[in-house]
Design a protein around this ligand. Structure first.
Ligand code: SF4
Length: 87
């Protein structure tokens, strides 16, 4: 899955990715609603979510948590690729 062409203008790039995932990649988000609202206003939400559905990334991507993406993958029969340097 090709990495989306982010521009750096996305909300996550503006506010800092600390809000989107914790440094140790644990599933403890500071404020999921706040982060999801940022994603909902992001023009890259679609490509971001598609990427996160196909690559096993951590944190909130495209307005979804990891557990939400697992559910969507099951519904759409998507098997996520592991993260690689080329992802
Ligand atoms: S949709 Fe993706 S690129 Fe946009 S703010 Fe959310 S995590 Fe960042």
């Amino acid at each position: 899955m090709k990495y989306p062409r982010f521009t750096g203008a996305e909300p996550c790039a503006q506010v800092g990715t600390d809000l989107f995932f914790t440094p140790d990649n644990s599933i403890v988000y500071r404020d999921i609603r706040e982060v999801k609202a940022l994603c909902d206003a992001c023009p890259m939400q679609g490509p971001c979510l598609e990427y996160a559905l196909h690559v096993n990334v951590v944190g909130i991507w495209g307005g979804t948590t990891e557990s939400q993406r697992r559910m969507i993958r099951r519904e759409r029969n998507i098997i996520a690729e592991p993260i690689t340097k080329a992802s």
